[in-house]
Design a binder for this molecule. Structure first.
Ligand code: AHE
Ligand code: ZN
Length: 375
């Protein structure tokens, strides 16, 4: 049977730099291999703000942002077998088709199936399911969770245990999973020393996961002194505020000094290219590995002396923590239910849907780790 369009509320961003506006939108029924989801909760991530601000070179407007959602399957299109009506689901901005060159390589979680249309703000058939005031509205990251109903590709959604609260496991849609994967997919963290630059949700998740897998020393780095207690609560053994170092002392030189030659592993969770450089240069000669997680603004480039690499440091990065969402998210939900994966701790702010712009402001305040919006 062919479904009907649904009229509901969505937060539309009409142009770069504009606040979101709650509008009535029409959400078309799911087409072949698509799933329509009633979104119940969504987190707000810096990437939503990055695209809203106009800094994202892939940004398109008007758009419905949001990529950290939790909801219930309302209807499915033809050919959908992986989820059913009523399933509790998390949309995935990194799809997993299990058929493309990337998925079959066994080397990456990046899936090629829908990425190009996703980047154009469209469904795989190159059209949008959202209409507002008679005008098509772009999708975002294949998820658009800032809408009470959204449509996603069936390769871009995973069903999870219904006993898990969606207001918490929605955060597995981005932040928590990204941080978890960046650590567990990296061999050798156990018994090693680690430095984490930036103590937002991602940095704290890296600290927490490093602690769980048994890193021997975890140095948290942040310019905000109030992040020290957060970092220690998540398992950091040391906290360094680079702004309090003696004048002219670079953070990388300081870290190399206090670690007898540098870190085994460092992580950038800031998106600042100067911090990325410091994170690489804080690595131990011969074997240190630095992972870039943060998203840098358009036009930004990283640099260092090639000698840093010649002398055995490795610069790498991962997206969505290298996690294959459909295969791995159900297990992360079980870990959460069993108490071995922290999620509740990250939720510092709650907002009603009507207050979503305030949620964006919350994010800029130093006391916010994650704000969850009740749709
Ligand atoms: N569109 C941006 C890049 C944005 C980006 O790097 N996105 C991250 C996820 S951010 C989650 O909060 C990512 O995983 N990208 C992989 C992908 O396939 O997009 C730009 O600068 O063009
Ligand atoms: Zn995100």
């Amino acid at each position: 049977t062919v479904g009907k369009p649904i009229t509901c509320k969505a937060a539309v961003c009409w142009g770069a730099g504009q606040p979101l506006k709650i509008e009535e939108v029409e959400v078309a029924p799911p087409s072949v291999h698509e799933v329509r989801i009633k979104i119940l909760y969504t987190g707000i991530c810096h990437t939503d703000e990055y695209t809203r601000s106009g800094k994202d070179p892939e940004g398109l407007f008007p758009v419905i942002l949001g990529h950290e959602g939790g909801g219930v399957v309302e209807s499915v299109g033809e050919g959908v077998t992986s989820v059913s009506v009523g399933d509790h689901v998390v949309p995935l901005y990194t799809a997993e088709c299990r058929e493309c060159k990337f998925c079959k390589s066994g080397k990456t979680n990046l899936c090629g199936k829908v990425r190009s249309t996703q980047g154009q703000g469209l469904m795989p058939d190159s059209t949008s399911r959202f209409t507002c005031k008679g005008q098509p509205v772009h999708h975002f990251m294949g998820t658009s969770t800032f809408s009470q109903y959204t449509v996603v590709a069936d390769v871009s959604v995973v069903a999870v245990n219904k006993s898990a609260p969606l207001e918490k496991v929605c955060l597995l849609g981005c932040g928590i999973t990204t941080a978890w994967g960046a650590v567990v997919k990296q061999q050798g963290i156990k018994g090693s020393n680690v430095a984490v630059f930036g103590c937002g949700a991602i940095g704290l998740g890296v600290i927490s996961t490093s602690s769980v897998v048994g890193a021997s020393r975890i140095i948290a780095v942040d310019t905000n002194p109030s992040k020290e207690s957060w970092a220690k609560k998540m398992g950091a053994t040391d906290f360094v505020n680079p702004t309090t170092l003696p004048e002219g002392k670079r953070i990388q030189d300081y870290l190399v000094e206090i670690t007898d030659g540098g870190l085994d592993f460092t992580f950038d969770a800031t998106g600042n290219v100067h911090v990325m450089r410091a994170a690489l240069e804080a690595c131990h000669k011969g074997w240190g590995v630095s992972t870039v997680i943060g998203v840098a603004a358009a036009g930004q480039e990283i640099s260092t002396r090639p000698f840093q690499l010649v002398t055995g440091r490795t610069w790498r990065g991962s997206a969505f923590g290298g996690v294959k969402g459909r295969t791995e998210l159900p297990g992360l939900v079980e870990d959460y239910l069993q108490g071995t994966l922290k999620i509740d701790e990250y939720v510092t702010h709650h907002r009603k849907f009507a207050e979503i712009n305030e949620g964006f402001h919350d994010m800029h305040a130093g006391d916010c780790i994650r704000c969850v919006v009740d749709m």
